[in-house]
Design a protein around this ligand. Structure first.
Ligand code: GUN
Length: 300
């Protein structure tokens, strides 16, 4: 892979985290309480445990307070709702994140919509989803916002670009489409039932892959010179590394797509670090708005 083509999300996220840390220092120096993020993990899903550990570590590194709740897999809906209510009332909690997926006895939509929208740092509450869709200020889902930051860093203005988002999830695909539209892209949301998916992708100046299928999108699907953003994080067997070993790979075949693209995000080290940096950003934004302080432009 030509190193000039690689979009270094890890480096961009490190810079953003640094600027967030500076904003936190300025905020507390002005006499405001340290921004606080509550992270709730129910059960022991291994991938969720890794994500939550990383979120907590970076929160503390940026000078924020991290409050962690690890609940048993058998936690009831009522118990979880009571915790959300307590966190809503706690003035020192600026952000609330409930890690998904939740165990099956829990109604995830009800839990997310019980979060105070001003503390909904995932941007999943219907109020924030609705505000984003009509172009009002909102807390914006972290992964798509991270992708937009990388795209704007690369292109500057995105106006008039044709963008294809592969995947229609509430967490990534749909908010990604809204954000691209808000930047004046012409947006297609493709998915598993899209006819001629390869041809649809081949039209795009920007391809955002968020399907959760390892290396599904290869170089044949990519227009010469397109920019490829790979949201996928898939664990696949890697026998070449030894018995029982795994490696992480995206939804895009990196080598063949990278040969056609003008720029591409790697996995790991592309979108993943941006998701966490944007969570910190949202926590700082929530803290600033709750205290009536202007959000520093340095954090996007
Ligand atoms: N599970 C996978 N991605 C996410 C995310 O962005 N936020 C939460 N809360 N859970 C997730």
């Amino acid at each position: 892979m030509d190193p000039n083509k690689v979009i270094d999300g890890k480096a961009f996220a490190a810079g953003l985290t640094q600027r967030i840390g500076d904003a936190v220092a300025e905020f507390t120096a002005a006499g405001h309480p340290q921004p606080g993020l509550a992270v709730v993990l129910v059960g022991e899903d291994p991938a969720s445990q890794v994500y939550v550990r990383n979120k907590i570590r970076t929160t503390t590194e940026a000078g924020m307070r991290s409050i962690e709740y690890k609940l048993d897999v058998s936690t009831s809906q009522d118990e979880l709702m009571a915790l959300i209510e307590k966190l809503n009332q706690d003035d020192e909690v600026d952000g609330i994140l409930v890690q998904l997926p939740l165990p099956k006895q829990i109604d995830g939509d009800a839990v997310i919509n019980a979060i105070d929208p001003e503390k909904d740092v995932d941007g999943f509450h219907v109020i924030n989803v609705g505000r984003l869709s009509i172009g009002l200020d909102s807390l914006i889902p972290c992964t798509p916002y991270g992708c937009i930051m990388l795209l704007e860093d690369h292109f500057g203005d995105l106006s008039g670009k044709s963008a294809v988002v592969v995947g229609r999830s509430n967490i990534v695909g749909k908010p990604m489409a809204q954000l691209l539209l808000s930047r004046n892209c012409t947006v297609t949301v493709a998915h598993s039932r899209t006819a001629n998916l390869q041809d649809v992708c081949r039209q795009a100046d920007i391809v955002v892959a968020a399907v959760g299928r390892p290396e599904m999108i290869d170089g044949d699907w990519i227009k010469e010179g397109a920019v490829v953003i790979d949201v996928g994080i898939n664990r696949v067997p890697a026998p070449e590394r030894g018995e029982g070993k795994f490696r992480l790979t995206g939804d895009v075949d990196y080598e063949s797509a990278g040969a056609k693209a003008s720029a591409i995000t790697p996995v790991p080290g592309g979108v993943g670090p941006m998701t966490i940096a944007c969570l910190l950003r949202n926590t700082m934004v929530a803290a600033a708005r709750r205290r009536g302080v202007e959000v520093p432009s340095s954090i996007g």
